[in-house]
Design a protein around this ligand. Structure first.
Ligand SMILES: Cc1ncc(COP(=O)(O)O)c(C=O)c1O
Length: 386
């Protein structure tokens, strides 16, 4: 009987085991880094480096639902640099935003007022309605760039809560909105997924950028290059309740020490690299302009939105030609994202591809139209492929 059970267990163990490391050839990850360095799809593709992993391996091994020392130290650091009372580590920016809204919104009926382009309304799977039962009131900025206090006053239905998503926002205007919102008892949440870029570009500290908001979600796995995680910051009372919602949402994680250590490595080593990323982005923008490409909006940090139609070229042609290079380049349409692992050579190669296509079109007789094809268009209605 025992011998039989041993054989059964051995059989189950045989079925359960798996070796994933043999899937990889020794230099597959090197190839992966090479691909990342030539991809303009998003900054979420930035990959953890051996140095980052070596640092992460020094993390503590506690259970974060009970007590995880590295994670607690990381959260304390995040609270400190954002000037808030407390912080909560979460698996994703989406969960962080959704938990923030769920935590702020106390008793229906209520609504969330936000920029019509915000991640919360466009890319979070309708989570605001699903998780919080809240109406999302989307506002189109009257100046085409960022919401102003006049936009808010015009659209607010008092008793609503307020959410704002930004790339690089007009800081003075945010302060005005915050003063107005707080004077009428409305809470402010910032989806600060890329707040690091704003701090690096404007020289305004992360703490000052966060000050107008009651809560802020900061992503670690995008421009900063950590593999996982976002952090939600706010008052002690807010974070205590958000911690409870994290459990309810199924986001209570266990041995998160290595994740927060990787994020700490990113804050220390990758944040200082963002000015170089922005400089490379401006180089890309300048190169595109020189070819005659339309730039669809101000290039402020790490993204360029472009339209190649003034030189007779389509997105599909660029994507195809870039993919066919001996060292392929990936892009997804009108949005180009530059990140800490983008190689300057990839920028040059992409510009060469587009320049060559433009020259071919010219040689084939394409003449730039008198009225720009892009008239009245913006990146909002351009092609996005992911
Ligand atoms: C502005 C913004 N907010 C939130 C998120 C959501 O982050 P996650 O993909 O970690 O859920 C993203 C994702 O790219 C984003 O760009």
């Amino acid at each position: 009987m025992t011998a039989n059970m041993d054989a059964v267990r051995a059989q189950i163990a045989e079925e359960v085991k798996v070796d994933l490391s043999s899937l990889l050839e020794p230099d597959d990850n090197m190839k992966g880094f090479q691909e990342v360095s030539r991809s303009f799809i998003s900054d979420t593709i930035t990959a953890p480096t051996p140095d980052m992993y070596a640092y992460a391996a020094k993390a503590s091994i506690g259970d974060a639902v009970y007590h995880e020392p590295t994670t607690l130290a990381f959260e304390a650091h995040m609270a400190k640099i954002t000037g808030k009372e407390d912080a909560l580590f979460l698996p994703s920016g989406t969960m962080s935003n959704q938990i923030a809204l769920r935590t702020h919104l106390k008793q229906p009926p209520y609504a969330v007022l936000c920029d019509h382009r915000s991640h919360i309304v466009r890319y979070e799977a309708g989570g605001t309605a699903f998780h919080s039962g809240a109406h999302s009131q989307m506002v189109v900025p009257s100046n085409g760039h960022h919401l102003t206090v006049a936009d808010i006053e015009e659209n607010i239905v008092l008793g609503t809560d307020l959410h704002r998503h930004v790339a690089l926002f007009a800081y003075d205007e945010i302060i005005r909105i915050s003063e107005y919102a707080h004077s009428v008892g409305v809470k402010m949440h910032l989806d600060g997924a890329r707040i690091w870029h704003v701090a690096a570009e404007t020289g305004i500290s992360v703490k000052d950028l966060c000050a107008p908001f009651d809560s802020v979600s900061l992503c670690l796995s995008k421009g900063l290059g950590a593999p996982i995680g976002s952090c939600l910051v706010g008052t002690k009372e807010f974070v205590a309740k958000a911690r409870w919602f994290r459990k309810l949402f199924g986001g209570g994680m266990r041995q998160t020490g290595f994740m927060t250590a990787a994020a700490a490595y990113a804050l220390t080593h990758n944040f200082p690299r963002l000015p170089a990323v922005h400089a490379l982005t401006r180089k890309l923008e300048a190169g595109l302009r020189e070819i005659g490409i339309d730039i669809l909006g101000p290039v402020e940090t790490c993204m360029v939105f472009f339209d190649p139609s003034p030189v007779g070229v389509t997105y599909a042609e660029i994507i195809e030609r870039a993919r066919a290079l001996p060292e392929p380049i990936k892009l997804g349409g009108s949005r180009l994202v530059v990140h800490i692992q983008t190689s300057p050579k990839a920028v040059e190669d992409l510009l060469s591809v587009i320049r060559q296509l433009a020259e071919e079109k010219k040689a084939a007789g394409f003449v730039k139209p008198e009225t720009p094809l892009t008239n009245g268009r913006s990146h909002k209605n351009m092609l996005f492929l992911y």
